[in-house]
Design a protein around this ligand. Sequence first.
Ligand code: DAH
Length: 357
Amino acid sequence: MDDLKAKYLGQIADAQDEDALEAIRLAAVGKKGEVALKMRELGKMTPEERQTVGPALNALKDEINSALVAKKAALADAALDERLRTEWLDVTLPTRPQRQGSLHPISQASEELTAIFAELGFSVAEGSRIETDWYNFDALNIPGHHPARAEMDTFYMHRAEGDDRPPHVLRTHTSPVQIQSMEKMGAPLRVICPGGVYRADYDQTHTPMFHQVEGLALDKDISMANLKWVLEEFVKSFFEVDDVELRFRASHFPFTEPSAEVDIRCSWDNGQLKIGEGDDWMEILGSGMVHPKVIAAGGIDPDVYQGFAFGIGIDRLAMLKYGIPDLRAFFDSDLRWLRHYGFSCLDVPALHGGLSR
Ligand code: DAH
């Protein structure tokens, strides 16, 4: 038995791979292996002999099995070590410039404005592009008969035959996220909601899908002055200038009272769009003090909390900042355009580094 033990443990120690181990296992402790053959001889022994030889054979079998298991694990470890040694990548190598993708100007603008509002204490919410008419309209004080519904050139989703519920809509603005943010987070609240919105409209400054960022600030003592300061700070930071000329125009939105639209001074010379000079104005946002009915629809008491809201056109901002004259080009996916106007994906915008170095 000692010979058997020495022989098999030696073979196991020398085995180079799993196949060799399996062959050893069959020869030693398999059904027809040497240990099994010895077990069969027990029948010919006297009961006294059997009492010592039987347990010894079992112990030998156990010992060989454990050695097999241990060796199998050691072989697997060695194989993994070998793979780790041969299959490795240097992830610190620079990427190849000709294969580098680029960030779309709208992604870039969204990240820049998120960085600015984050600095001002606003968190980010996203909402969904398919909305119920409650969130897109009613909760925002735009009841069924309201002309704003028609003005927005809404895309309605299809409802199955016989389903009388009002259809879902592709959200026409990011304002529904105001309501959802109030429901989720309560007051006081500071949140921005960037994202895609949809309207049936198409010309040099309108596309059926475009991007807005909604802003909402609620607290016990917020006034129109806070709104004006936040918007001015934002525009200065975004355009990276000390002064930008803004025009606040009295306006009307169902969800704010009073309401203001804000234009930015610009010029269109020979198809070139420039910000901060010239005699033209480009409307970039709508804003106002949130209507009490909207605050109540969000589940918050309008007698305690008040606040301001705004909706900025991100695509318009990107056109102005990067001098892109035609909005439609944003969505053509023309590779040459994307290479020209795209941004390096490795430059994450941050206020301390200069937004768009
Ligand atoms: N939702 C408006 C639109 O898409 C923009 C807007 C105006 C948003 C005033 C606001 C606001 O939050 O207060 O035309």
